[in-house]
Ligand binder design. Structure first.
Ligand code: FAD
Length: 410
């Protein structure tokens, strides 16, 4: 059997491509090495699947992806965030919009998103071959001639789509198999790096803060005196460092930088200036002059963090607030507004939500997702050097590039 389109990888990009190509009448096969497709999709959004981010303006949407985002503009004109919502609503998935335009299934269940895609593919008679990886791609005359599976079986098609994802969360099947195939075919692979990861902190005391969370913290990454990245949002201390939405997004901004003498500065009270925080503390202390400083701070944060801060600024926790000196108050405020940690490194691919880097986008036609080097090869999803922050942006890359590839690769 010669297929119109053979897709390697049954993740969101491959499934969307198969949906569009088969809707247009193409004979499609997906080869997925796991026993079932969409394993990573099931993990998205902590099992709730943040499907997309409802930004209607294409330029604003593209700008969320950094300089490479412009590549997506042409794709958005075919299939944008609104089309994604419509696609799933038309297949029975009611959606809801949460904070920062994040779109999720109303059921809060990623499995419903996967099921909708799989039902669609069944209706269009897409073959999904699971449990065996593609081991090799044969080429002749700048074209792919066939795929060879690990069993030795050969799959032949008119066109081929590589949608094998990146290297993060390798247990889900995304093990970066395609990078070497693509390099052999002449493609440039911009170095894949783990991104959207927790941050490991060198200061051992962070372990004592495990589980402690703060809302709306302003984070600045400093190298020597230069601020190289900023982010604001919620954070949580882990046994080795920090995680949470703001940290995960910050990690993407520093993923490509060498981490050396790099500090993370936390402003735990960004809505108050140093002066305002000092005045507010002074007023509170004047109202209850006999309280210990530790008790007086308990309205601000947890006891274990207060102990740490007070030991850092060398103030006795049992000291009465009416005897705290102006210098002590100033240094306390400085510690809360500029809480400094030493970054050791970012977590690796095991804990990275996405892979930054991948196939150089100037080697791919943004209107069709066709390789500019291999005439019957198309690319979609995380294999491309495209990445966005958390909030549904990364799945939107897959829906858009998958849809465009599916429409053209037939
Ligand atoms: C924990 C977690 C939570 C996330 N949450 C969100 C979220 O809420 N919103 C969001 O926008 N993004 C989220 N992401 C990112 C999103 O999941 C990815 O960007 C997306 O899955 C990439 O899709 P893909 O189809 O390109 O690749 P993948 O999803 O990685 O799929 C690739 C598939 O190819 C298969 N494959 C690989 N090699 C071979 C081979 N040799 N032969 C056959 N098959 C092969 C793999 O088994 C895999 O199934 C999350 C990621 C993680 C890890």
């Amino acid at each position: 059997m010669i297929y119109d389109l053979a897709i390697i990888g049954g993740g969101p990009a491959g499934l969307m491509a198969a949906s569009r190509a088969s809707e247009l009448g193409a004979k499609v096969i997906i080869i997925e090495k796991n026993r079932q497709p969409g394993i990573k999709l099931l993990l998205t959004g902590n099992g709730r699947c943040n499907i997309t981010n409802r930004i209607e303006d294409h330029k604003i949407l593209a700008s969320q992806y950094g300089p490479n985002g412009k590549f997506l503009l042409s794709g958005f004109s075919k299939f944008d965030a609104e089309n994604t919502i419509e696609y799933f609503e038309n297949r029975g998935i009611k959606t809801k919009v949460e904070n920062n335009n994040r779109v999720l299934p109303a059921s809060d269940n990623a499995r419903d998103v996967l099921t909708a895609l799989l039902i669609d593919l069944k209706q269009h008679q897409v073959t999904i071959q699971t449990g065996v990886p593609v081991a090799k791609i044969n080429t002749a005359d700048q074209k792919i001639s066939q795929l060879v599976l690990a069993t030795g079986e050969e799959v032949v098609a008119k066109n081929y789509l590589i949608a094998t994802g990146g290297k993060s969360y390798p247990l889900t099947g995304s093990t970066g198999d395609a990078y070497s195939w693509l390099q052999k075919m002449g493609h440039t692979i911009n170095k894949p790096t783990a991104a959207l990861t927790p941050i490991i902190i060198a200061d051992k005391f962070v372990a004592t803060l495990e589980g402690l969370s703060f809302k709306n913290v302003l984070l600045a990454v400093k190298q020597n005196t230069k601020v190289i990245a900023k982010e604001q949002g919620d954070i949580i201390f882990t046994s080795t460092g920090l995680s949470g939405p703001a940290i995960i997004n910050l990690s993407r901004l520093i993923a490509a930088q060498p981490i050396h003498n790099t500090k993370l500065v936390l402003d735990l009270f960004p809505s108050q200036s140093e002066k305002e925080l000092q005045t507010n503390l002074q007023t509170a202390w004047q109202e209850q002059p006999n309280k210990t400083i530790k008790n007086s701070l308990s309205i601000l944060t947890s006891p274990k963090f207060i102990d740490l801060i007070l030991s850092r600024v060398k103030i006795d926790p049992t000291k009465k607030v009416n005897s705290v000196t102006r210098e002590e108050r100033n240094s306390l405020v400085t510690a809360l507004k500029f809480f400094m940690l030493n970054i050791s490194r970012l977590e690796g691919f095991d804990k990275a939500v996405i892979t930054k880097g991948g196939v150089k986008i100037s080697e791919v036609n943004p209107k069709s997702m066709r390789s500019k080097l291999i005439s019957n090869l198309y690319l979609a999803g995380e294999i491309l050097d495209l990445d966005g922050p958390t909030g549904g942006f990364n799945l939107q890359i897959c829906w858009t590039t998958g849809y465009v590839a599916g429409e053209n690769a037939i």
